[in-house]
Design a protein around this ligand. Sequence first.
Ligand SMILES: Cc1cc2nc3c(=O)[nH]c(=O)nc-3n(C[C@H](O)[C@H](O)[C@H](O)COP(=O)(O)OP(=O)(O)OC[C@H]3O[C@@H](n4cnc5c(N)ncnc54)[C@H](O)[C@@H]3O)c2cc1C
Ligand SMILES: Cc1cc2nc3c(=O)[nH]c(=O)nc-3n(C[C@H](O)[C@H](O)[C@H](O)COP(=O)(O)O)c2cc1C
Length: 548
Amino acid sequence: MGFFKSLLNKNKDVSLHIKPDYQSPPVTILYGTKTGNSQLIAQQTHKYFKQCGLESECYNMDKYDVGRLPSEKNLLIVISTDGEGELPPNAQKFFRLLQHEAMPHLSNLNYAICALGDSNYDNFCGAGKLIDKEFHLLNAKPIINRVDCDLDFKKAALQWIQDSYDTIVGIKKEPSTADKIELSVPDFLTTKLLKRYKLSKGNTEQAVYHIELDNTKLQVNYSAGDCIEIIPTNPKQLVDKLLTIHKFDKNYFLKEYNQTLENVLLHRFELTKLARPVIRRYLSNFKIDQLEHVYSKRSELKTYLEKSDVLDLLSDYPTSINEDQLISILQPLHSRYYSIASGYKANPDKIDLTIKTVRFNHQQRQYEGAGSIYMTEGLNEATSIDFRITTNPSFHLPENKNTPVIFIGVGTGIAPYRAFLQDLQAQNIKDKAWLIWGDKHQADDFLYEDELLNYKQNNTLAYLNAIFSRDQEEKFYVHHCLIENKTQLFEWLDNGAHIYLCGHNAMGNDVKNTLLELFQSEKGMTTDEAKRHLKELKEQNIIHEDLY
Ligand SMILES: Cc1cc2nc3c(=O)[nH]c(=O)nc-3n(C[C@H](O)[C@H](O)[C@H](O)COP(=O)(O)OP(=O)(O)OC[C@H]3O[C@@H](n4cnc5c(N)ncnc54)[C@H](O)[C@@H]3O)c2cc1C
Ligand SMILES: Cc1cc2nc3c(=O)[nH]c(=O)nc-3n(C[C@H](O)[C@H](O)[C@H](O)COP(=O)(O)O)c2cc1C
């Protein structure tokens, strides 16, 4: 099917059929999720309402018929934020249909939004805010204020469930029973390191490692494209500096945690990253005019948060802060995610990872990342590691095994592609995959070189473009490779190829901008048509993103 024909057919999916007389249930619950937290809250809300005798239906946003909206009575939405303030993949079509010209005013609709996010991001709970704004424009009525939950979402989410219930049934449940709802994500599993070796050859400060975790006893099943989640230990040198420079007593015993200050700082709280709430709480304890000034200026605050950690905060704005006060201003230590670099079918006994050490110098200080240093240097064969699998359904191989796939990435973005390639090889699928991957220098940074050349040799890869940006005078990146191979790119797209993007956000943006330009120059689309087409490709899960 030609490119334009397929485009026309795909456009059918975005039409909106309003169902004015739909017999809606008393409550409909929708979730937009990337890693499952919103799904958990939505499904537990549904279960709780059932226990309380309140009828409801619960849907993944992607599977929900948006034409029902004008007939809904009470709509509860749980939605996380992905990317840089974006909607998660399964919410994008819903949002576009909300903005569809055929969408009438929703004056009869009552709604409540539970937004999930991470206050370390600039656009905190951005997706929830976007949906809230859109409902407001459509004249829908919020039954309670939107709740913006941080990573430790449990308390706020439970309150949201209870408040939504109370408001819908019109009676306050006294005492609140929502706190009995199980909102725990799966338990962490314990395993050990099997093997770790350096993949990159140059720069040891920021080396990339291949890591293998033992899965012989656990036999945890996973799909290529999934990630593991770990809670790191903070870099020891940072904890030491914080304790000595600011003269905290490392043996100070914190009853609440039943641990010494040193242990709590190593294992419980974020130190390498500074978040807005930490500064807010610091300022509520101490009057610091200069910091007040920074806090009140959005762009100054953003720059300060990006470049500083907790040690910087206490050194740049010194006070008489004591051990208890320090703990009271900090954020809990959060998970780090790493793409699984092995295919379960080929390697059920291990979980491979590809991790880059985050270490850099700034203002005469060395900074280290908590998760990457823990995984690449802290962990050893004698210690155990806790992890759990985070499924990543929007970044799996297409169900139809004959679908061609174009994998585009840089650096550690190779990890899930290695897993995909192992799966393709295990199923003897040939000539369906094209890898466009890059890093800085071929001599130092060609991760998994022999394996990739072998995949090309045995036709698991139809094409391999390994691109090294700094090996020639003029920088050359993966998006330039798309331009160079545009005829082949459109042939693949015409044959129904899916595009995968993995690695850092900047690379993802460059590739998406290049696709927009190519849709215009090669297919005669206007800027708006090209943007719409890119959106459609994402909504239809033809473009899959795993950017960080
Ligand atoms: C879905 C997903 C999959 C991921 N897969 C992988 C993977 O396969 N391999 C992998 O190595 N990483 C992967 N990451 C990134 C990983 O989760 C961590 O963000 C990364 O290891 C940095 O965490 P850290 O704890 O070491 O640094 P942090 O302690 O979080 O950061 C410390 C400081 O370093 C800065 N910083 C963080 N990262 C960088 C960087 N790259 N360059 C410069 N400064 C930085 C931060 O802004 C902060 O100021 C993935 C992320 C996501 C969301
Ligand atoms: C790659 C990535 C990007 C994220 N971007 C944002 C963001 O821009 N703003 C925000 O508030 N939270 C952001 N988050 C945090 C998630 O919204 C948060 O972890 C949420 O609990 C995930 O819920 P889910 O499992 O339902 O997707 C991001 C998380 C990841 C992994």
